[in-house]
Design a protein around this ligand. Structure first.
Ligand code: SF4
Length: 333
């Protein structure tokens, strides 16, 4: 039976300054079972990374606020944990791979020292120096780097190899949940596929649950069981990969995301970008946030936020589903 690992309920996140409040995440809900992968998809500024930072409890201390919502990990609220318990969870139970490998690597330590350090920080079972070194060698081999290279510094590696080191650091403690935030965006296209394949293989081998944050629907199709599409801080559509890719109804924004992918089979492989921009997160529209860009928007859309409607595993926030056969309004908020 599937076991719930992570549960996010009605989470909102704001960044506050003296002058304004940025509504980065607005009332999102999702859960993740052990060993499953969910893709968080959307344009830059949709709230994907803020969601990840909230799970890691790494929001900026002075400006990041959580006005409402809960995040439970293995049944415990992450908001109730002391700093020491959080420290134990980060790295050992939940690990994150950031977009740019250099934000995670220390330029003046060898890669072997950095992987060993990640292990030593959570060395609760008293591993000896030799056991730690053996584990460093093992995890380097897993990510395709010869252990003999553990004495090299980050600048001696290419971008793809640096990201492999970061993946090794994230996986060395065998976390239950891996959050990969656009892990290949900073890499050369030719090695993006290799890195994604490697993350997928390691996840399958270790049984790690994963949140894959990306704007690339191709990566989602290759890696995810479930998908949540984010727009202006909300999850406007969620379901299984099949619901999102083949569903009988899709959110107009998701439809736009798909039509903005070039179709290479057609001779005129044209990209049809979604016209307009995401709304200013300091002044969100009164109604549906997508209304200013939506080809199907009505007056109701401009004045009233849509409810969420469910059909089986598929959930969509859109007025067009009101009264539609097979869809029922979700009782939330
Ligand atoms: Fe478009 Fe209206 Fe649906 Fe929003 S609620 S996505 S504006 S049709």
């Amino acid at each position: 039976m599937s076991q719930e690992l992570l549960k996010i309920t009605d989470l909102s996140v704001e960044y506050r300054t003296d002058k304004e409040t940025v509504h980065a995440v607005n009332h999102i809900h999702f859960s993740l079972n052990k060993g499953e992968t969910i893709g968080l998809v959307g344009e830059t500024g949709a709230g994907k990374t803020t969601t990840a930072l909230s799970i890691m409890r790494l929001l900026p201390e002075k400006t990041g606020f959580i006005p409402n919502g809960t995040i439970e990990f293995e049944g415990r609220s992450l908001f109730d944990l002391e700093e020491k318990e959080l420290h134990n969870i980060r790295g050992k139970h939940i690990a994150m791979i950031f977009q740019d490998p250099m934000t995670s690597l220390n330029p003046i330590m060898t890669v072997g020292e950095q992987i060993a350090e990640a292990l030593e920080l959570h060395n609760t079972d008293g591993k000896t120096h030799e056991q730690i070194q053996a584990r460093v060698d093992e995890v380097l081999t897993m990510v395709g780097i010869p252990p003999s290279r553990k004495i090299a510094f980050p600048h001696q590696f290419s971008g793809g190899m640096k990201q492999r080191v970061v993946i090794a650091m994230a996986l060395v403690c065998e976390p239950d949940l891996l959050i990969a935030d656009e892990p290949t965006t900073a890499l050369d296209v030719t090695i993006q596929a290799q890195v994604i394949n490697m993350i997928r293989e390691l996840r399958d081998r270790l049984g790690t649950a994963m949140i894959m944050i990306t704007h690339d629907l191709g990566i989602v199709a290759q890696t995810c069981d479930n998908v949540a599409v984010m727009y202006a801080g909300r999850i406007i559509e969620a379901g299984t990969a099949l619901d999102i890719y083949k569903g009988e109804f899709r959110h107009p924004y998701t439809v736009g995301l798909f039509t903005s992918i070039p179709n290479l089979r057609e001779k005129t492989a044209r990209l049809t970008p979604i016209p307009g921009l995401m709304p200013d997160p300091t002044k969100l529209p009164a109604g549906c946030s997508f209304a200013p860009r939506c080809p199907r928007a009505t007056e109701l859309c401009r004045t009233t936020p849509p409810s969420a409607y469910r059909s089986g595993t598929h959930v969509i926030e859109c007025h067009l589903l009101e009264g539609k056969d097979g869809w029922t309004k979700e009782a939330r908020e």
